[in-house]
Design a protein around this ligand. Structure first.
Ligand code: DX5
Ligand code: ZN
Length: 218
């Protein structure tokens, strides 16, 4: 069974809570919150204030994807705001192992993300400490881009490594995921699917959520 993580990047920010309630009612497990700083990625989104306001009204798991430089400076703020999972980018962390320990010491789950060009090798020495690995299937920064086909090999590489070491981790994929291609990521070993435009751009969110789930059965 996959978990679905709708990305609020593609929600209507003027009706944010209303849109989130649609995916919560559709049974989606994680709420994927994309935080962008205009430096690590060429786009700016939202900060801990919005996360804190949403926390009061939403029961989903808050999955906070930090696409920012110096993430260590902001982890505590997002945990205080109500994050359940904190994802940092390998490329943004000089002392990745220390950052992962910091996240875990705050009592939340730790995830590391890899940009498409970053090899799995770079997390080989921290993967044992992680709750989740996020494989970017587009270059981060924007919603609505196309899934990079070559990333299926990378998902498989992480799944093989996790199996080899008997690790109980989730593998999340983010970018260009649709009901029509979800089987490729799941077959490679993904179990948490982020979807922004495919879910929030749908005329019938319940139906799209069902399509994601039924197309994920291998
Ligand atoms: C991209 C973000 C994604 C984005 C996915 O930088 O990390 O979470 O919202 O959007 P879609 O599903 O439209 O590719
Ligand atoms: Zn994301």
């Amino acid at each position: 069974m996959i978990k679905l993580a709708p990305s609020i990047l593609s929600a209507d920010f003027a009706r944010l809570l209303e849109d989130i309630k649609k995916v919560e009612n559709a049974g989606c497990e994680y709420l994927h919150i994309d935080v962008m700083d205009g430096h690590f990625v060429p786009n700016i989104t939202l900060g801990p204030g919005i996360v804190k306001s949403l926390r009061k009204d939403v029961d989903m798991v808050f999955d906070v994807h930090l696409m920012i430089e110096n993430p260590d400076n902001y982890i505590q703020d997002f945990v205080n705001a109500g994050a359940d999972i904190i994802t940092v980018h390998q490329e943004a962390c000089t002392h990745l192992h220390r950052t992962v320990q910091n996240i875990k010491s705050m009592g939340v789950k730790a995830c590391v993300s890899l940009n498409p060009a970053t090899p799995v090798e770079t997390i080989k020495h921290v993967i044992d400490e992680l709750d989740m690995v996020l494989i970017m299937t587009v270059n981060p920064g924007f919603g609505g881009q196309s899934f990079i086909e070559g990333m299926t090999d990378k998902i498989k590489e992480v799944r093989d490594l996790a199996n080899e070491r008997n690790l109980n981790i989730e593998i999340q994929v983010d970018g260009g995921m649709k009901p029509s291609n979800v089987h490729k990521a799941v077959a490679a070993g993904a179990d948490v699917i982020v979807a922004g435009s495919a879910i929030f751009g749908s005329d019938d969110i319940n139906k799209t959520v069902q399509e994601f789930r039924s197309n994920s059965v291998l």
